[in-house]
Design a protein around this ligand. Structure first.
Ligand SMILES: Nc1ncnc2c1ncn2[C@@H]1O[C@H](COP(=O)(O)OP(=O)(O)OP(=O)(O)O)[C@@H](O)[C@H]1O
Length: 702
C-alpha cells in the first residue's frame, strides 16, 4: 500500500475499528495521494461524504484524525501535545511532528458497513433513511399544503364567480380572479414537478440504503443461527418490496390529506352552515368502517403471506435440487406440495380480495350518498336564503376533496398497510438473529496474528440436536500440518467450521494466537484464514470474480501463476473467454473438480496463515490430486498451519499429526505414524462420553 493517503486511511480505519471493503484500496489506488487535494478525490471516488478541515483545535475525544503536513504528507494524528507537537502514526510507526500548527487535521467519516449499523426494529431502518432526507420531507409537506390550498382557492373562486360575477356581469373582477387562480395553479404545477423529481431521487437513495442494510445484515447472520429454509429467508427479504410499494404508493400521499379533510369540513361549515353536518357524519363514519375492515383483512393477509413464503421456499428448493428431483421422479411429490400451498394461498387471499372489493363499494356509496344529501339540503338552504348559490357550489367542490381521494384509495391502502406490517415483522425476524460480530462488541485488531489455535472446553450442537461436538482441549501450534479423519457424520466438517470461526461455540472458547476468535475483527480473521468447504460453491459472475472474491485485486500475473499451481490453467486456456469465463447463478457451469480447483487457486492467491481444507481432493483425479497437493505444500510458509479433513488415508501421509474424530469428539490425536499404527492395531476407540450410536464407518478409517 504505497499510496500515502491510502495507507493513512487504512491506519485510521484500523484505529477506529471500522471494516473497509476488501477492494476499497483498488479504487483509490489510481489517485496520486501525496498532495492535500487528493483527499477530496478519494472521498468522491469511494462515494464517502467529503472530509471537513478543522479550523479550531479538535477536542480530545475526536482523535484519531487524518492529518496532512506540507513537509511530511499524510498520517494519522493521535493527539496534540502541550508543546505544540503532534503525536502521529505513519506507516505503522508512532512519532511526533514538531510544528503542529502547520498540519491540517481532517474530520473524515469512514462509513460503517451497511449491516453493522444497529437497529432494533425494521421500522427504525426505514425511519432513519427517510428522516435523514429532510429536503424530501419538507417538499412533501409543502406540496401537500399547496395541493390542498389550491382546492380551497378553486372552491372560493367558483363561489365568487357565481355570487358576484354572474349576477352583476362584473367582468373585471372575473379577470382578476381568473388570473389569480391560474397563477396559483401554475405554482402548484411547478411544485408538483419539482416534488416528483426530488422525491424520486430520494426514493432511489432510500431504497438503496435500506436494501443494502438488510442484504448485508442477512449475510452477517451467524451461519449456525441461519434459518434452515433458504426460501423462507429469501421471502423475508422480499418483504422489502411490499414496504417499498407502500411507501411509494399514491395512496400514502392521500393519507397526508387526512388533516386537511377536517379543515375542509370546517370551511364547509363556514360557507354552508348546517349542511356541513353531512360531511361531519359521513367522513368519520367512513374512517370507522375502514378501521373495522383493517381488522378483518389483517388475519387473512397474515395467512396469505405465510403461504406465499412457503410457496417461494418450495420453488427455490425444487429449482436448487432439480437434478435429485428429476432423477428420483420427485416432481410428483413436489407438485402435490405446490398445489396444496397454492390452495392454501387462494383460500386466504380470496377473503382479502372480497373484503377489499366490499370496502371499495361501501366507500363509493358513502361518497355518492353524502354528495346527494349535501346538494339536496343545500338546495333547501339556498331557497330559504340562508346560503348563496355560490356557497353551495363551493361546498360541493370541497365535499369532493373530503371524500374523494382519501376514500377512493382507502381499500388499497388498507391491504398494503397490513401486508407491510407483516413484512416489517418478518424483517424484524432477521434483525433478531445473532450476527457474527455484534456492533456493541469492540473488535480486536492485532497487527500480527499467528496461526495457532486453542479449543478449550468447546461444545457445539446444531439447532434442534441434542448432541454435537465436544472438545475438552485441542491445541494447534503455528506451522503444524494436521490431518483430521473419522467416520461419516463424526463431526470433522463441524470441527473445521468451528476452527474457521464460521460457527460460534455454544460453550467454551476458541482462541487464535491466544485471542478469542469471536472478538477478532471479521475482516482480519477472514484475511488470515483460508477455508475450503466440502461443497465449494461459486457465485454468479466471471471466473476472475470468483478467484478474487473478497481479495484486493492481485493482478492477472499472480492469478495465472496460482492457476498454474493448481492446474486450473488448463480450464482458463481452453476457454475462449479465459479468466472471464462466465459462471452462472448457483455456481453452475463448472465441474465439481474445477470448482475445487477454483477454490484452491483463490486460496493460493489469498495466502492465509491458517488453511482449513475439507476433503479438497474428493472430486479430483489421482494426477491432479498429486499435483495440487505438491504445489500447495511447496507454497506453504513454515509458519502456515494446515488442517486437512479427509477420508483418504494416503493423504494422511502428507501431514505430521492426525486427529481421529468419532461421535463429535477427538478420540485419537498424535504423530501420524503413531496414530496409524494404533488404528491398525485396534478399532477406533469410542469416546468416553456421552455414549452414542457406534460410528458407522470406523472400518473405513482403520
Ligand atoms: N447444517 C446442519 N444442520 C444440522 N445438523 C447438521 C448440519 N451439518 C451437519 N450436521 C450433523 O452434525 C453431525 C456432524 O456432521 P459433520 O458434517 O461435521 O460430519 P463429517 O464428519 O464431516 O461427515 P462427512 O465425513 O460425511 O463429511 C452429523 O450428525 C450431521 O448430521
Amino acid at each position: 500500500m504505497s499510496n500515502p493517503i491510502v495507507a493513512a486511511i487504512a491506519t485510521l480505519a484500523r484505529m477506529r475499528r471500522v471494516d473497509l471493503r476488501p477492494d476499497w484500496a483498488d479504487r483509490a489506488r489510481e489517485i496520486d495521494g501525496s498532495d492535500e487535494a487528493s483527499l477530496d478525490v478519494v472521498c468522491q471516488t469511494l462515494g464517502w461524504a467529503p472530509a471537513s478541515r478543522y479550523e479550531e483545535a479538535p477536542r480530545a475525544h475526536e482523535f484519531p484524525l487524518l492529518v496532512h503536513h506540507p513537509d511530511h504528507g499524510w498520517a494519522v494524528a493521535e493527539r496534540v501535545e502541550n508543546d505544540n507537537r503532534l503525536s502521529i502514526v505513519k506507516e505503522g510507526i508512532s512519532t511526533t511532528w514538531q510544528d503542529a500548527d502547520m498540519a491540517h487535521l481532517y474530520d473524515l467519516v469512514i462509513p460503517l458497513p451497511a449491516g453493522r449499523q444497529t437497529f432494533d426494529k425494521a421500522f427504525d431502518v426505514f425511519k432513519s433513511a427517510v428522516f435523514r432526507r429532510k429536503r424530501a420531507i419538507f417538499f412533501a409537506i409543502l406540496a401537500t399544503f399547496v395541493v390542498n390550498f389550491i382546492a380551497l382557492i378553486t372552491s372560493i373562486y367558483s363561489m365568487q364567480v357565481y355570487d358576484r360575477v354572474v349576477p352583476r356581469g362584473a367582468f373585471s373582477t372575473l379577470w382578476v380572479l381568473t388570473i389569480g387562480a391560474i397563477v396559483a395553479i401554475l405554482f402548484d404545477f411547478i411544485l408538483r414537478v419539482t416534488r416528483a423529481n426530488m422525491l424520486e431521487d430520494d426514493a432511489v437513495k432510500i431504497d438503496t440504503e435500506v436494501s443494502e442494510f438488510f442484504f448485508s445484515r442477512a449475510a452477517e447472520v451467524r451461519l449456525d443461527a441461519r434459518p434452515q429454509a433458504i426460501g423462507t429467508t429469501a421471502a423475508q427479504l422480499r418483504g422489502l418490496e411490499q414496504i417499498r410499494t407502500m411507501l411509494s404508493s399514491s395512496a400514502l400521499f392521500a393519507l397526508a390529506d387526512l388533516p386537511f379533510a377536517l379543515l375542509f369540513i370546517f370551511v364547509i361549515a363556514k360557507l354552508g352552515g348546517i349542511i356541513a353536518l353531512v360531511m361531519a357524519i359521513s367522513f368519520p363514519l367512513a374512517i370507522v368502517i375502514a378501521l373495522i375492515f383493517a381488522r378483518l383483512i389483517r388475519e387473512n393477509t397474515g395467512k396469505a403471506q405465510v403461504s406465499s413464503n412457503r410457496k417461494n421456499g418450495l420453488l427455490v428448493e425444487s429449482l436448487d435440487a432439480a437434478e435429485t428431483v428429476k432423477a428420483n421422479r420427485g416432481q410428483w411429490f413436489l407438485l402435490s406440495r405446490w398445489n396444496h400451498l397454492l390452495e392454501e394461498l387462494h383460500a386466504s387471499e380470496l377473503p382479502v380480495k372480497r373484503l377489499q372489493a366490499m370496502a371499495g363499494t361501501i366507500f363509493g356509496t358513502i361518497q355518492q350518498v353524502s354528495y346527494i344529501c349535501l346538494i339536496a339540503w343545500g338546495a333547501v338552504e339556498v331557497f330559504e336564503n340562508r346560503i348563496s348559490m355560490g356557497a353551495l357550489i363551493a361546498c360541493s367542490i370541497l365535499a369532493g376533496r373530503v371524500n374523494g381521494p382519501l376514500l377512493g384509495q382507502l381499500p388499497q391502502l388498507l391491504v398494503q398497510w397490513t401486508y407491510s406490517k407483516i413484512s416489517l415483522r418478518m424483517l424484524d425476524g432477521i434483525l433478531e438473529l445473532p450476527v457474527d460480530r455484534p456492533a456493541d462488541v469492540d473488535q480486536l485488531r492485532p497487527s500480527r496474528l499467528s496461526a495457532s489455535l486453542q479449543l478449550v472446553n468447546v461444545a457445539f450442537a446444531y439447532p434442534g440436536q441434542r448432541s454435537g461436538i465436544t472438545i475438552p482441549r485441542l491445541e494447534v501450534a503455528a506451522g503444524e500440518r494436521i490431518g483430521v479423519i473419522g467416520g461419516i457424520g463424526s463431526g470433522k466438517s463441524t470441527l473445521l467450521k468451528l476452527m474457521a470461526g464460521l460457527y460460534a461455540p455454544a460453550q467454551g472458547q476458541i482462541l487464535m494466537d491466544r485471542l478469542d476468535m469471536g472478538q477478532i475483527a471479521e475482516d482480519l480473521l477472514r484475511a488470515h484464514i483460508g477455508y475450503l468447504p466440502q461443497d465449494y460453491r461459486l457465485v454468479n459472475g466471471s471466473l476472475r470474480d470468483n478467484l478474487t472474491l473478497g481479495l484486493s485485486d492481485p493482478g492477472d500475473d499472480a492469478i495465472m501463476e496460482a492457476a498454474h499451481g493448481t492446474g486450473l490453467i488448463n480450464l482458463i486456456t481452453a476457454h475462449p473467454r479465459g479468466l472471464d469465463l462466465p459462471i452462472s447463478e448457483g455456481g453452475r457451469g463448472l465441474s465439481g473438480g474445477q470448482r475445487v480447483l477454483t477454490g484452491l487457486t483463490r486460496l493460493l492467491l489469498a495466502k492465509p496463515k491458517l488453511i482449513l481444507l475439507d476433503e479438497p481432493t474428493a472430486n479430483l483425479d489421482v494426477d491432479t490430486e498429486a499435483l495440487v497437493l505438491r504445489r500447495l505444500q511447496a507454497s506453504l510458509e513454515p509458519d502456515t498451519t494446515l488442517v486437512l479433513v479427509t477420508h483418504k488415508l494416503q493423504l494422511v501421509n502428507q501431514v505430521s499429526r492426525v486427529i481421529v474424530m468419532a461421535n463429535g469428539q477427538p478420540v485419537l490425536d498424535g504423530p501420524t505414524a503413531d496414530v496409524l499404527k494404533r488404528l491398525k492395531a485396534v478399532p477406533t476407540p469410542a469416546p468416553k462420553k456421552p455414549p452414542q450410536v457406534a460410528d458407522a464407518s470406523q472400518g473405513a478409517v482403520a
